[in-house]
Unconditional design. Sequence first.
Length: 104
Amino acid sequence: MLVDTGAAKTMINGSRLSLVGVEPEPGLFQVTTSATDVKQMPMALLPSLALGEHQRTNLPVVVHNLPGVTEIDGLLGMDFLAGLHISIRMRHGILTLGEDSDTL
């Protein structure tokens, strides 16, 4: 998973979603806007998503395969990251997530 602080919603690769037995919800879509396009993407309800000790349950996720990318399971958006303290040490390649006591 990639951390994408510019994404409002978490996105999961459709083939990875199928592996855990979750399918897109019929009739449930999210309109997404990029620098070059506007698309209507299917959504699914993910029973649980955890990154280390940080877990979200019943998380609505956008279902989409990133073009030309097979090794990435998806993007962690702000719906997952909200309420977490995020520290990025770019020079060392370290991202740290912690509970933000001011927002919980």
